[in-house]
Design a protein around this ligand. Structure first.
Ligand SMILES: Cc1ncc(COP(=O)(O)O)c(C=O)c1O
Length: 261
């Protein structure tokens, strides 16, 4: 029963690609705790103060049942104000946030244009969702336009969704956001930007690289809380209508037991 799995692991080991889990040690050159907040005294104090004040440890259930707490709503209100967006919606992690947005908002008949190097959660959300999706060349606005034109020329009539990261962690390069915003406007498209590696460290006050475009109806951003912000979870900023649509239609959001911000 286990032989196939064991031989697959053996092959990975032979290839020098077997992974294992190790506890961290030594100087941190690899984590995403860019601001050293994950273990900072003021974060510890904030968590202790919240527990002292009576915050429950587990939410106890989906936010659509009894798991929606004042803490979630306060965080979302503060985040919306900070990111200068109409609203923010909290998810259990960045993976869940990307997956949820992409399986909920783009509709059948729409087209998702994904930068070739976006995170696996975006690819998986696109694959699991209802819209068509195509991959554009990395950080290449012309390739985005060509992809849209090609799809339209083949009869595509739905809404376009352009998806990129603002800062790609593998090579440390930035998305051409000016161009992507302009393309989204020209094609009446939505632009979704995953700010996982920029939140907290880039943009005015650490609001991410989309800070310059905040408040646009066609912009959605994903800010993970588990990297520079030193905690866990993720916030999606969007218009009230899209937020409400996600609350009503988003299966992972409905069924997942929320955790506490
Ligand atoms: C660009 C990007 N988006 C999303 C995620 C997923 O975030 P989380 O670890 O909070 O699920 C990551 C995590 O590595 C990431 O690098």
């Amino acid at each position: 029963m286990l032989a196939e799995y064991a031989s697959s692991l053996y092959a990975l080991n032979e290839d020098g690609r077997l992974r294992g889990l190790k506890q961290h040690a030594g100087i941190d050159f690899v984590s995403n705790d860019y601001l050293a907040l994950a273990n900072a005294p003021r974060m510890r104090k904030a968590v202790s103060a919240a527990l002292e004040a009576g915050t429950t440890i587990g939410a106890g259930g989906s936010r659509l049942l009894r798991g929606n707490c004042a803490e979630h709503e306060t965080l979302e209100a503060e985040a919306a104000q900070f990111f200068r967006a109409e609203t923010a919606l909290f998810f259990g992690g960045g993976y869940m946030a990307n997956f949820s947005v992409l399986t909920t908002l783009p509709q059948r008949g729409d087209l998702l244009v994904l930068d070739s190097l976006v995170h696996a959660s975006i690819h998986e959300g696109a694959r699991a969702g209802r819209a068509d999706f195509r991959i554009s060349n990395h950080n290449d606005p012309e390739s985005v336009v060509d992809t849209i034109r090609d799809w339209r020329s083949k009869g595509g009539t739905g809404r376009i969704w352009i998806v990129a990261e603002s800062l790609y962690s593998m090579d440390g390069d930035f998305a051409p956001l000016d161009d992507l915003v302009a393309i989204a406007d020209r094609h009446d498209a939505f632009l979704m930007v995953d700010e996982a590696h920029a939140t907290g460290v880039y943009g005015e006050q650490g609001r991410g690289l989309t800070a310059a475009y905040e408040g646009r109806e066609n912009l959605l951003t994903v800010h993970t809380c588990g990297k520079a912000l030193g905690a866990a979870g993720a916030l999606v900023t969007a218009s009230v209508v899209l937020r409400d649509f996600m609350i009503n239609r988003c299966r992972p959001f409905i069924f997942a037991t929320a955790h506490h911000p």
